[in-house]
Write a protein that binds this ligand. Structure first.
Ligand code: BES
Ligand code: MN
Ligand code: ZN
Length: 485
């Protein structure tokens, strides 16, 4: 997709579709007034009849309006101007794009009010980019047709460039999640990540089983044992600064399919478990965007890639694993596998000299029970670092809410046979007991755990995005890297 600033007036545009953003206040001023003039007062008549109101995400298509050189003008409601924030910008742009991408439309012009803050520009562009791409990877008759050329009014070309890079990264994360588990498993995930990295100047290292053995990643290896697919550990290094400068580590859970293992999931819960590598996909995508934006920071991306399957060689309930750090973990449920994988990968991050860590994981159903499907759970061992991450999420319009890490949650995972157990005593507070296990492996390094089990995958579409992977947290991680650590 090609993006360029729009310089022509509404009458001069030649396109397959034109989008005009319209708010409910002063309905016939600014862009709406221009449109109304061009179409000979038709917009005013629609307002008067209550057909167009400017309510947020309202979509009203005007077909072949007289005076405009396009077969369709789509009015998209923005909602009240003072309530427009980053999330609204992403959604408004995405909804219009998703509507128009339902059939082939190559050249689309977007007219957004010049009065909108420029910091929304990136979100508008990335919203368009994700709105017009769907999950129809294997359909003969496509459901979405991405545009070829997009023109945007009232936007600096630097913001357009940035929005496109971020949008492409979000779509990369979405695609990796949407691919079936027969296509994306540890080896193929690592190979695709390596190709992405080679393309944007990121160093790649992939640890195979032998290397994982040598590195004593026995918790990760145990999870992988039930599967015929061998595990991998992916290490991406982006150097945007001097060697000696601090390093941000982004760590992702990459369970390419989670059947639950011997603690087998019921079919309904297993149905979407190809999404269990969303954390790893987010890490790869964020690194791609950070490298392409040439942000001045050092970032290491780590992903633990395994498939969790039942089989003759599966790890079992009652097994005791010795994690890479030397701590022992007693297995009470093989479906609590993500924390075991992350235990070893977090230990690698610490050993590699991470100054700050953020991990991303579709870790617990309990987090979805606590916060719903649209909110990411944050847990930390360091409040200032967490506030930094929360503030980046706020800036980019992603919903993140912090959960407490009181020490009594840690008591729940004390082991009788081993140092720790891999699940809490009961099921209450499950998102936090899982985080408490991770905390055991980060030492003193400031760390934030983001449980993305709910928001990383849409079972039903949103107006601004098709179902499937969402690429949640890519924008927040890019903002975090932009601010530096
Ligand atoms: N991958 C799942 C968590 C999950 C649930 C992700 C729903 C996305 C949507 C994780 O490995 C898991 O199975 N967690 C268990 C933990 C339990 C056994 C302590 C869960 O949440 O039920
Ligand atoms: Mn599981
Ligand atoms: Zn899992």
């Amino acid at each position: 997709m090609q993006y360029s600033p729009l310089t022509s007036t509404l009458q001069e545009i030649e396109a397959d579709a034109v989008v005009v953003a319209i708010g409910p206040d002063n309905p016939l001023t600014g862009l709406a007034a221009d449109l109304d003039n061009v179409v000979g007062g038709a917009l005013k008549r629609l307002y008067d009849a209550g057909e167009v109101t400017g309510k947020r995400l309202e979509l009203v298509p005007l077909f072949a309006p007289h005076g405009v050189n396009a077969p369709i003008v789509l009015c998209v409601g923005t909602g009240p101007e003072e309530s427009i924030d980053a999330a609204a910008a992403y959604q408004v742009a995405g909804s219009a794009a998703r509507y128009l991408a339902s059939r082939q439309r190559n050249r689309v012009a977007f007219l957004f009010p010049g009065s909108w803050p420029s910091r929304f520009a990136t979100n508008l562009v990335s919203g368009i980019h994700t709105g017009c791409v769907g999950q129809d990877l294997y359909r003969r008759d496509r459901a979405r047709f991405p545009f070829e050329a997009v023109q945007l009014s009232g936007m600096a070309s630097s913001a357009i460039h940035e929005g496109q890079i971020v949008g492409e990264a979000i779509n990369l994360a979405r695609r990796l999640v949407n691919e079936p588990p027969s296509a994306i498993f540890p080896e193929t995930f690592a190979a695709q990540a390596a190709a992405v990295a080679a393309d944007c100047g990121i160093d790649v290292e992939v640890w195979d089983e032998q290397r994982l053995e040598k590195e004593r990643c026995r918790a990760l290896l145990a999870v992988a044992r039930g599967s015929t697919k061998p595990p991998r550990l992916l290490k991406l290094t982006y150097q945007g600064n001097a060697d000696s400068d601090p390093m941000l580590a982004l760590v992702g859970k990459g369970v390419t399919f989670d059947s639950g293992g011997l603690s087998l999931k019921p079919s309904d819960s297993m149905k979407t478990m190809k999404c269990d590598m969303a954390g790893a996909a987010t890490v790869v995508a964020a690194l791609q965007a950070i490298a392409r934006l040439k942000l001045p920071i050092n970032v290491m991306g780590l992903a633990g890639l395994v498939e969790n399957m039942p089989g003759g060689a599966s790890y079992k309930l009652g097994d005791v694993l010795t994690a890479r750090s030397g701590k022992t973990i007693e297995i009470h449920n093989t479906d609590a596998e993500g924390r075991l994988v992350l235990a070893d990968v977090l230990d690698v991050a610490v050993e590699q000299g991470a100054s700050k860590i953020v991990d991303l994981a579709t870790l617990t159903g309990a987090c979805v029970v606590a916060l719903g499907t649209d909110v990411v759970g944050a847990m930390t061992n360091n409040q200032p670092w967490c506030e930094n991450v929360l503030s980046c999420a706020k800036e980019t319009g992603e919903s993140v809410w912090q959960l407490p890490m009181f020490s009594h949650f840690g008591e729940e995972i004390r082991g009788d046979v081993a140092d720790i157990k891999n699940v809490g005593a009961g099921r209450w507070g499950g998102a936090i007991t899982a985080a408490k296990l991770l905390e055991e492996f980060v030492g003193d390094v400031p760390w934030v755990h983001l449980d993305i089990a709910g928001p990383s995958f849409l079972e039903k579409p949103k107006p601004w995005q098709d179902g499937g992977g969402t690429g949640v947290m890519v924008r927040t991680l890019v903002e975090l890297a932009r601010r530096g650590i």
